[in-house]
Design a protein around this ligand. Structure first.
Ligand code: GLN
Length: 548
């Protein structure tokens, strides 16, 4: 069977959730026994999002092969249980960069280099690179941006051409659009959808299926109207209503028959969808047995997308423990030893988030100290782990003035310091320690217990590390080294004893948590959060029962 390509475009407005629709369709097709991957084409000129501010772009999702990519790739991995790579994310910057490099090498043999055919050919080669690998039955291609944007045009044109290059019957065009409810008129409006379909059709990529985001159910008459004006059959008007959880979307799309329509149109050999495990997961999210609250301490907290994978991994960990984890977002700029009790005194877990630069560091350190002293379950991720080491050095190991050289190059005790190979690096893009590295778990630690295995592989994105020159001194004072990268002898995990759960990791476990395989550290962290919360409730009940 030749590989099938599904192009997904969006219209009317951004933020309709194209990534979730792609991931949901992908999930349904995987559940029907097909081999699926998803590729994101991003129309911006940055070569990758690695140098972008989290406020601009949200989280940078890192793949095993060390690519810094769009956060939608996280959804693809979480929903499909697949591994993505650099190949799954292409930006305009990357495309132009490669074309210009080829031009400099003389590869265009004196031709004038143009958007069509050179840029469109380059885009097509990226899509075909995945499709022709022989690994997939279906490649879903999500085209970033909104139809009508100037930046998206080369992508739409490339997809239009691809339809003919690989054969019309091997491709499908899905358009995601909005059907807004106009309160004044008291009805749903189809005109924006009609216009959006008109725009994309003018580019030669007329949709075969329309997925219509709406706050209200689309009745038959409105579906008929959309079908009639937009050149599709009524069964190809799929309603996508707002869902409480993104994990419900595959089930909603199943009900609407999105997968069946795709399978029929592409003539795919597919069995019935087996979504039992998914349903159970969704039920656990919808009907949790208990509720817990953790503080997520970071400096980009106004923009939750900056911590996307952490939020999702906490949902996965919550489902495994039959509890709903509420996140209290704590802006680290505003906390200090004076107000910390008031801010997070009542939570059952503290997570100090990854980040860069010195803004908000002292706030993060006060959160670590509070969690350590009050024996509240603590999880430090990347910068969060580095903060835990600094706090321990200053307040437990007597290393006054301990810091990271990221924040204070002349500090007395640089317990966190540049990795040697990072010192001379000048260029910012793609030069951190990135991607998958081995870690050997040591001793009978919390981490070793949670993973249930000795060798693990986790993803990294950082320039600094625990300073090996000061490692022994910290260990002598009680810091537990729970994981080491054997190749370079780097500390990857630290823990504290005499604490219910205090773990800091130099890597990003959140990037590997999926619905089918929730990350063991998140599962174990939430378990200890739940135990802590139960204990608190019990002692509260007892206190209430005491006669005054
Ligand atoms: N800024 C720190 C470093 O580069 C931590 C990075 C992170 O949290 N991802 O090492």
């Amino acid at each position: 069977m030749s590989t099938k390509y599904i192009f997904v475009t969006g219209g009317v407005t951004s933020s309709l959730g194209k990534g979730i629709i792609c991931a949901s369709l992908g999930r349904l097709l995987v559940s029907r026994g097909l081999r699926v991957t998803i590729q994101k084409l991003d129309p911006y000129i940055n070569v990758d999002p690695g140098t972008m501010n989290p406020y601009e772009h949200g989280e940078v999702y890192v793949t095993d092969d060390g690519a810094e990519t769009d956060l939608d790739l996280g959804h693809y991995e979480r929903f499909l249980g697949i591994q993505t790579s650099q190949q799954n994310n292409v930006t305009t910057g990357r495309v132009y960069f490669d074309v210009i490099m080829k031009e400099r090498k003389g590869e265009y043999l004196g031709k004038t280099v143009q958007v069509i055919p050179h840029i469109t050919d380059e885009i097509k080669s990226h899509v075909l690179g995945l499709g022709q690998s022989g690994k997939y039955d279906v490649v879903i291609v999500e085209i970033g941006g909104t139809v009508g944007d100037i930046e998206s045009l080369p992508y739409i044109e490339a997809m239009r051409q691809l339809r003919y290059d690989v054969g019309r019957k091997n491709t499908l065009s899905i358009h995601l659009t909005l059907v807004p409810y106009l309160a004044a008129a008291g009805e749903l409006k189809t005109k924006p959808t009609q216009h959006s379909v008109k725009t994309i059709s003018e580019s030669g990529l007329s949709p075969d299926i329309l997925v219509c985001r709406s706050e209200y159910q689309l009745d038959t008459s409105i579906r008929r109207k959309i079908a009639q004006f937009c050149n599709v059959e009524i069964q190809d008007v799929i309603a996508s209503l707002d869902a409480k959880s993104i994990y419900e979307v595959p089930l909603l799309m199943l009900e609407e028959g999105l997968d069946s329509r795709v399978i029929e149109k592409l003539n795919l050999p597919a069995k019935n969808a087996d979504l039992e495990a998914w349903r159970q997961f969704v039920n656990k999210i919808k009907y949790p047995g208990s509720e817990t609250t953790i503080a997520l301490v970071g400096k980009y907290v106004e923009h939750h997308d900056a911590y996307k994978s952490i939020v999702e991994a906490l949902i996965h960990g919550g489902a495994m423990n039959d509890t709903k984890v509420h996140i209290r977002w704590i802006q680290s700029d505003y906390i200090n030893s004076e107000n910390i009790q008031k801010t997070i005194g009542d939570v059952s877990g503290v997570l100090v988030a990854p980040g860069f630069g010195d803004r908000g560091i002292e706030g993060k350190l006060s959160a670590v100290k509070f969690a350590r002293e009050n024996k509240i379950p603590f999880f430090g991720i990347c910068l969060g782990m580095q903060c835990a080491v600094i706090e321990f050095a200053r307040n437990c190991a007597g290393l006054e003035g301990a810091n990271s050289t990221e924040f204070d190059i002349t500090c007395t005790y640089p317990v966190i310091d540049y990795m040697p190979d990072q010192r001379m690096i000048q260029e910012k893009g793609g030069t951190m320690r990135l991607g998958k590295y081995e870690c050997k778990l040591t001793g009978s630690t919390k981490s070793r217990h949670a993973y249930g295995t000795e060798i693990i592989y986790e993803r990294h994105r950082h320039r600094f590390e625990l300073n090996n020159d000061l490692r022994q001194e910290l260990m002598d004072q009680g810091l537990v080294i729970a994981g080491i990268n054997p190749e370079r002898d780097l500390v990857e995990i630290i823990e504290l004893e005499n604490h219910p759960w205090f773990v800091g990791v130099q890597f990003h476990p959140e990037l590997k948590s999926t619905v089918a395989n929730p990350h063991p550290l998140f599962v174990d962290f939430v378990k200890s959060v739940k135990t802590f919360s139960d204990k608190k409730k019990k002692s509260g009940d007892i206190q209430q029962q005491q006669p005054v």
